[in-house]
Ligand binder design. Structure first.
Ligand code: ME8
Length: 475
C-alpha cells in the first residue's frame, strides 16, 4: 500500500481578498504535495476557509447579504485563485459546514470536557477581533493591537476556559525531542522560549451574540466555540473525525501543517494541547514560513503595496508566479517582493533560462536527429526529493536551475551545432545526451511548474522545437 502523506494550509479568513502571502502558502503546499506524489505517496491536501469569525459581520451587513451568501461567494473567490494557480488540493473545508465540520468540532469539545480541561470563569480582557485574540496591556503598543493598530475591545464576560497551562511541559518535551518537529530552528527556539515562560489557560468560548453563526458549545447554547478552537479542528474534522472517520484513520497524524509565522503559537502550543487533551496523536511537522513584504513593508491597502496575484498571473502566466514563490522566497525567512524583482527573475530564469535552453536543445534535436530520443523516467532523484523532505523548497528550485545553467554552459563550451558538421555521429550523440538531460530537468520541474514540465516532455517525445518560445522576454 502506498505511503500516506497529509499536508494542510491554514484556513484563511473570508473578510479580505487573498493576496500574494496567501498565494505563497498554498503554492508551497502544492509544490510539496506534488513532490510527494511523484515519489509514489498517496497525498491528501487540505485547505479551506475560517468562517466562524465576527470579522465578517460588518461586511455582510454593509453588503446586505446573508452570511451564507457572503461566505459562498468568498469560497468561489478562493477556489478561483487556487484553480488559476493549479493547486491540486483534495478538499476545501468550510467551517460553516454543519455536516462536515461541526460534528468534529463538537466531538473534540466533548473530549476536552471529558478530560476535565474545560471550566467556566469570569473574564475581563482586551480582545482584537482582527486577530481573534485576547491581549494583555503589555502586549499592546500605544494601547493598540500590535498587528492591526486598532484599540482592542474591552470584554467582560463569563466564558469557558481551556486548561492550556496543564500541557506546557508535555508540549515542550515533544518539540524539544522533534516528535513534533518545527521547521525552521529559529521558530522552534521561539516557541520553546514561549513555553519556558509558561502557557496560561485560554478563553475557549464566546457569547453567541458576538458570533451568531458560530458553533454552539455542546450543552450550552448561549455560547459558541472560540473561533481558533473551532478553526484548528478543521485539520481533523475534514477527515471525518467525529462522524465517519475512515480518512481520519488513514491520514492522521498530519505529516505537515504549513503556516505563516504569525500563527505559530496557535499551531505549536494551542493545537498540540487540544490534541493531547483529546488523547490524539500530534502532527509530525510544522513548517512555519516567513511573511512576504512588498518593497520592504508589510503589504497593506493604505500603503498601496499589496501585490495582487491575479495581476501577475495575467501578465506573466501562473507558472511564472509559482516559480517566483518557490525560488525567490525563502520558506524560512521573510521575503521581499516587488514587481521589478519579479520581472528580473522571470527574464533571467524563465525567458533566458529554461525557455531559451529548451528552444536551443530542441532546435538542434529537430534539425539533426532522425528520431525522438528514447527517454526513460529517471527513478532515482533521491538527492533532489530529499530537499523537499526538509522543506528546502527554494534550494530544490535552485537544484533544477543549476542543471539548466550547467546545460547552457555545456552547449557553449562544446558547441554541438559545430561538431555536427564535422562529425555527424559524435554531434548526434552529444545532442541526444543533451535531450536526455533536458528530460531529467523537465521531470524535476514537475512540482514547481507542472505544465511547463509536461510541455518539455512532449516536445522531446515528438522531437520538436517549440513553435512559440515557452516564455517571452518582458521589457
Ligand atoms: O490566520 N506572507 O487566517 P489569515 C506570507 N484563519 N504568508 C501570508 C502573508 C504574508 N504577507 N499574509 C498571510 C488566519 N499569509 C486563520 C488561520 S488555521 C487553523 C486558521 C498566510 O487569513 C500565512 O499562511 O489571517 C498566514 O499564516 C495566513 O496566511 C494567515 O491567514
Amino acid at each position: 500500500m502506498a505511503e500516506k502523506f497529509y499536508i494542510t494550509t491554514p484556513i484563511f479568513y473570508p473578510n479580505a481578498k487573498l493576496h500574494m502571502g496567501h498565494a505563497y502558502t498554498v503554492t508551497i503546499c502544492d509544490i510539496v504535495a506534488r513532490a510527494q506524489r511523484l515519489q509514489g505517496k498517496e497525498v491528501y491536501f487540505l485547505t479551506g476557509a475560517d468562517e466562524n469569525t465576527g470579522k465578517i459581520l460588518k461586511v455582510v451587513e454593509e453588503q446586505g447579504q446573508s452570511v451564507e451568501e457572503y461566505l459562498n461567494q468568498v469560497t468561489e473567490n478562493f477556489k478561483d485563485l487556487y484553480s488559476k494557480l493549479n493547486i491540486s488540493y483534495s478538499q476545501f473545508i468550510k467551517t460553516s459546514d454543519r455536516e462536515k465540520h461541526w460534528p468534529g468540532a463538537q466531538a473534540l469539545w466533548k473530549k476536552l470536557v471529558e478530560a476535565g480541561d474545560i471550566y467556566k470563569a469570569s473574564y475581563t480582557g482586551l480582545y482584537c477581533v482582527g486577530c481573534e485574540t485576547f491581549y494583555t496591556e503589555k502586549d499592546l503598543v500605544d494601547g493598540k493591537c500590535p498587528v492591526h493598530l486598532t484599540v482592542p475591545e474591552k470584554i467582560e464576560e463569563e466564558n469557558y476556559f481551556f486548561k492550556l497551562s496543564k500541557y506546557t511541559q508535555t508540549i515542550k518535551d515533544r518539540i524539544t525531542s522533534d516528535e513534533l518537529r518545527i521547521f525552521p530552528q529559529t521558530r522552534k527556539n521561539e516557541i520553546l522560549a514561549l513555553l519556558d515562560r509558561g502557557l496560561e489557560d485560554i478563553s475557549f468560548s464566546r457569547p453567541i451574540k458576538s458570533v451568531p453563526h458560530g458553533i454552539p458549545v455542546p450543552g450550552d447554547e448561549s455560547q459558541v466555540i472560540y473561533v481558533w478552537c473551532d478553526a484548528l479542528v478543521n485539520y481533523i474534522s475534514a477527515l471525518g473525525y467525529g462522524r465517519d472517520d475512515v480518512l481520519f484513520q488513514n491520514f492522521w497524524p498530519a505529516n505537515v501543517h504549513v503556516v505563516g509565522k504569525d500563527i505559530l503559537r496557535f499551531h505549536a502550543a494551542i493545537w498540540p494541547a487540544m490534541l493531547l487533551s483529546a488523547g490524539l496523536p500530534l502532527p509530525k511537522n510544522l513548517l512555519v514560513h516567513g511573511l512576504i513584504t512588498s518593497g520592504g513593508h508589510k503589504m497593506s491597502k493604505s500603503l498601496g503595496n499589496v501585490i495582487d496575484p491575479y495581476e501577475l498571473i495575467e501578465e506573466y502566466g501562473y507558472e511564472a508566479v509559482r516559480h517566483y514563490l518557490a525560488r525567490e522566497v525563502s520558506p524560512f525567512d521573510d521575503g521581499d517582493m516587488t514587481k521589478e524583482r519579479f520581472k528580473e527573475s522571470y527574464n533571467a530564469n524563465l525567458a533566458n533560462g529554461i525557455g531559451n535552453l529548451t528552444s536551443r536543445i530542441m532546435k538542434m534535436a529537430q534539425d539533426n536527429l532522425e528520431m525522438p530520443v528514447q527517454v526513460t523516467e529517471e527513478k532515482d532523484m533521491s538527492k533532489y526529493f530529499a530537499l523537499y523532505d526538509v522543506y528546502e523548497i527554494s534550494k530544490a528550485g535552485d537544484y533544477v536551475w543549476n542543471e539548466v545553467k550547467a546545460l547552457d554552459q555545456y552547449i557553449q563550451e562544446n558547441q554541438p551545432f559545430k561538431l555536427i558538421k564535422t562529425d555527424k555521429e559524435a554531434g548526434q550523440k552529444m545532442i541526444s545526451d543533451l535531450v536526455a538531460r533536458l528530460y531529467a530537468v523537465a521531470q524535476m520541474l514537475n512540482p514547481i511548474m507542472p505544465e511547463t514540465s509536461e510541455k518539455i516532455k512532449t516536445l522531446i517525445k515528438e522531437n520538436k522545437t517549440p513553435e512559440v518560445p515557452l516564455f517571452v522576454r518582458k521589457d
